[in-house]
Design a protein around this ligand. Structure first.
Ligand code: NAD
Length: 310
């Protein structure tokens, strides 16, 4: 275990990780690593997003204190472990592991992996939290592609146990083993899969969500009826439309585009209603409106009324 002294901060290389992107997933990943004693460098281009992320993390830690899963001291320790950065370079320069959790867009992710090749330590593990983009293609941007891997956390990260670990075509066994150990260290359960569009989770989940949107679009039933049927009939904790809002409709659309292009099969074509909603900026819970409207401090209500079944 090596340490480096820079700017009066003593970095423990094996306990310093960088999380790029402080959105829905980045704040959850930072929360979990910080709670397990890691120093977390959380970076986002937007200062506002970083502020929002810190307040979401604090709020979520409070909830854990109320449920007596952690103490108030644990909360303070976790918050102290997180440092925010508006630039990628200083966030990653001492990282043992970098987890990229920026917007689901291949061009943006390709650019960031190009940057990481220059900015991150040569031996750092470079992980992507992508929901669907090829790890093997991201690894092409890096001189040592064997250190690139997928760590697909589930939303909400502090609650969900699974990390889908995606082995790119060139990911080494050593890197995969270290990532499995890291997942165990933060009390997550890692399951390994190979690198094909949508991996396993979204290859199965997104066609279901898309079909639910098609059912709404074709007037088969209403938003709440579709969600009720899947909750009450299939024992799903959330209906597919509520889940789509929770994931982010823009994220769902990007994943469906990757599946559609990757397999060349029309069964993955995103429903035109989903495309329209994302075009209109109705991205679900994070934007305040999707299939449901999310007023602050009030219960969500259905925002789209198609013909009721008659
Ligand atoms: P989000 O839109 O909530 O957040 C993305 C953040 O990335 C934004 O804050 C944006 O400012 C930042 N960003 C964009 N470009 C950047 C750059 N070059 N450098 C630094 N920051 C940058 O998105 P999200 O839902 O958190 O998704 C992030 C990743 O996680 C995506 O790859 C997504 O597919 C994946 N994912 C999402 C979910 C989910 O349920 N939302 C679940 C699993 C995985």
């Amino acid at each position: 275990m090596s340490t480096v002294q820079t700017n009066k901060v003593l970095y423990n290389m094996s306990k310093t990780i960088a999380v790029l992107g402080a959105g829905t997933m980045g704040n959850g990943i930072a929360h979990v690593f910080a709670m397990h004693g890691y120093t977390v460098h959380l970076a986002d281009l937007s200062a506002r997003q970083l502020q929002k992320a810190m307040s979401v993390i604090s709020h979520n830690l409070d909830r854990m204190v109320r449920k007596e899963r952690i103490t108030s001291d644990d909360k303070v320790r976790a918050l102290v472990n997180i440092h925010t950065f508006e630039k990628v370079a200083p966030a990653v320069e001492h990282a043992y592991l970098v987890i990229e959790a920026i917007t689901e867009n291949e061009q943006l992710k390709t650019n960031i992996f190009k940057d990481l090749n220059q900015m991150a330590p040569e031996r750092a593990i470079l992980a992507s939290n992508t929901s669907s983009i090829s790890i093997t293609r991201l690894a092409r941007e890096v001189t040592f592609p064997e250190r690139v891997i997928g760590m697909h956390f589930m939303n909400p990260v502090p609650v969900m146990k699974l990390v889908e670990v995606i082995r790119g075509y060139q990911t080494s066994d050593e890197v995969a083993d270290q990532v499995l150990d890291l997942c165990a260290d933060i009390e997550k359960i890692a399951v390994e899969v190979n690198d094909y569009p949508g991996f396993i989770s979204n290859r199965i989940l997104m066609p279901m969500i898309n079909e639910a949107i098609y059912a709404l679009f074709e007037g088969v039933s209403t938003v709440d009826a579709i969600d009720d049927i899947m909750k009450l009939g299939m024992a799903h904790p959330m209906g597919p439309l509520e889940l789509a809002d929770f994931i982010g409709l823009d994220v769902c659309l990007s994943i469906l585009d990757v599946l559609y292009e990757g397999f060349g099969n029309p069964k993955y074509a995103p429903c035109p209603l989903l495309v329209n909603m994302v075009t209109a900026g109705k991205n679900g819970r994070k934007s305040g409106e999707g299939f449901y409207t999310y007023p602050p401090d009030e219960e969500p209500y259905v925002s789209i009324q198609f013909n009721r079944p008659g």
